[in-house]
Design a protein around this ligand. Sequence first.
Ligand SMILES: *Cc1c(COP(=O)(O)O)cnc(C)c1O
Length: 365
Amino acid sequence: MMTNLAPNHIQAIEPYQGGKPITELAREMGLRVEDIVKLASNENPLGISPKAEFAIQEALLDIARYPDGNSFALREAVVNKFNVTPTQIVFGNGSNDILELAARAFLTADCETIYSQHAFAVYPLVTQATGATGVVVPAKNFGHDLQAMLAAITAKTRIIFVANPNNPTGTLLGKEELLAFLRQVPKHVLVVLDEAYDEYLSATHKSEAISWLGEFENLIISRTFSKAYGLAGLRVGFGMMHPDIADMMNRVRQPFNVNSIAQAAAVASLADDDFVARSYALNQAGMAQLIQGLQKLSLEYIPSYANFVSFKVKNAAIVNQKLLQNGVIVRPIANYEMPDYLRVSIGLFSENARFLQVLEQILNT
Ligand SMILES: *Cc1c(COP(=O)(O)O)cnc(C)c1O
């Protein structure tokens, strides 16, 4: 077996299961691409900002050149938007890359990381890839139990991953609670605060963690262009942190990890607040539509602060299969220890309606 050539900690990794691509379902079920609704990967149903579209067209003219390995223009844009210094930023090929860079820069095989039960699947993946040990802390009401996470810290702990809001549960930690937690985390432990869904939070709930960076040298805040900005296919995200931490992460970063199209699109996206506002408003309306529909079907769901909602259904695997047969892709989350749940992303009004209509039909037959 050639797999035996890989070290045990690599062989033990369970591959990431993404949302099923539309073209794959079309092939499998003999469906037309136009007849498929994908609500499985928390993508932006509005697509991307028109400004980003224009920037992409322009950047295409120059793709024979290597990208700027320092992402100069994008760095300036992030500096201006988020009020951080240039040396506090690390860019990634998606924010998953930021998670990976943190793991590669700071973990060795005798380290431990901590993350919550039902937390984002990439935390165990990046941990295991380094040979370190992931410690899973049981969730509390599907959310992070910060007290239990603190209690799990040992001398070997090097990173704690916190997703806020969390995927796939959509739960949110309060700011005071999070701040109190950070104040109790010892200095030998980095906290990676994954804020992939921050743009979908209301003004009162929005993160203030950037203003905490001065107090916590061990805090890494991760953000992405994949969700509200709609650039999931381009792969671009960033982390904000103490310059010394950024320095270490940049040493293991591939020099050209963010391509030139992605950089240009991200700069333009940051200049289009209107697009983000429209995305937020559509998400609010779509969430209300889905919740009302789930309630009408008497289905239990986990109240969500993001652009998706996880709901409980009998025989989730079978319901998922039937949804697929009807051209509706959602996300089964059995791999998150939630075998009775399905996660549905908020789509356009018509997509949400189609999902609810097909689901109702399945549950009533
Ligand atoms: C979607 C998601 C991300 C974003 O991943 P990218 O690599 O930026 O596309 C990060 N964290 C969580 C919790 C997510 O759900």
